[in-house]
Design a protein around this ligand. Structure first.
Ligand code: AMP
Length: 185
C-alpha cells in the first residue's frame, strides 16, 4: 500500500473527536510511509489530516478543482497539488493515484465519493480496499442501512462486503496495511 485516498469533510463536525481522528490518521499514515491523496483543501477535517501528515514528513497529494480553490482554501504546502477543471476529473484522478480508500466522517461530498468507489468496485472497475472510519459511531446508521439493503434484496452480500469499517484510525490503517496497525508513537 503506497498511497491511500482519504475522503473527509470540508467541515470539522461539532465534536473535537473528529478533528483528532483526522490528525491521528494523517500521523499514522505518514509514520507508516503511506502517502495520502485527498481533496487538497486546508479547511475542515481535510486540513487537519493534511497538516498532521505533513508535520510528520508524509507525502500529501491534493487534487482540487480550480473553482474550489477559493471556497475550500486550497492548501499551499502540499507535496504535490493538482488543480483540475471538474469534480469528475478530481474524483477520477484521486482514485487512480491511490491503492485504497478511507472515508472519514464527512458530509454529502464525502458520501458521494465513498459511494462512487463502492459502485466502481461493484462494477469491477477497481479492486482496491475501501474502509469507513467510523469515528464515534458516525457511520453506524449507514452501515445498518446497507445491511437492510442486503436484507431487502437490493445489494448483494458480496458487494456489501466491499465496505469495511474501523472504529479508530489505527484499525483503519491496519485493514489496508496490516504492518502499520501498531500504536502511534
Ligand atoms: P463534504 O463531505 O460535503 O464536506 O465535502 C467533502 C469534499 O467533497 C469537498 O472537497 C467537496 O468539494 C467534495 N465534493 C462534494 N461534492 C462532490 C462531487 N460531486 N464530486 C467530487 N467531490 C465532491
Amino acid at each position: 500500500m503506497q498511497r491511500v485516498c482519504v475522503y473527509c469533510g470540508s467541515s470539522e463536525g461539532n465534536e473535537g473527536i473528529f478533528r483528532d481522528a483526522a490528525a491521528e490518521l494523517g500521523e499514522r499514515l505518514a509514520a507508516s510511509g503511506i502517502g495520502i491523496v485527498y481533496g487538497g483543501a486546508s479547511i475542515g477535517l481535510m486540513g487537519a489530516l493534511a497538516d498532521a501528515a505533513l508535520a510528520r514528513g508524509g507525502e500529501v497529494i491534493g487534487v482540487i478543482p480550480e473553482t474550489l480553490m477559493h471556497a475550500e482554501v486550497g492548501h499551499l504546502g502540499l507535496s504535490e497539488r493538482h488543480v483540475v477543471t471538474s469534480m469528475h476529473e478530481r474524483k477520477a484522478l484521486m482514485a487512480s493515484l491511490a491503492d485504497g480508500f478511507i472515508a472519514m466522517p464527512g458530509g454529502l461530498g464525502t458520501l458521494e465519493e465513498l459511494f462512487e468507489m463502492l459502485t466502481w468496485g461493484q462494477l469491477g472497475f477497481h479492486d482496491k480496499p475501501i474502509v469507513a472510519l467510523n469515528t464515534a459511531g458516525y457511520y453506524d446508521s449507514l452501515l445498518d442501512f446497507l445491511d437492510q439493503a442486503v436484507g431487502s434484496g437490493f445489494v448483494r452480500p458480496a458487494y456489501r462486503a466491499l465496505l469495511q469499517a474501523a472504529d479508530t484510525p489505527g484499525a483503519a490503517v491496519g485493514l489496508l496495511h496490516p504492518d502499520a496497525a501498531a500504536p502511534a508513537s
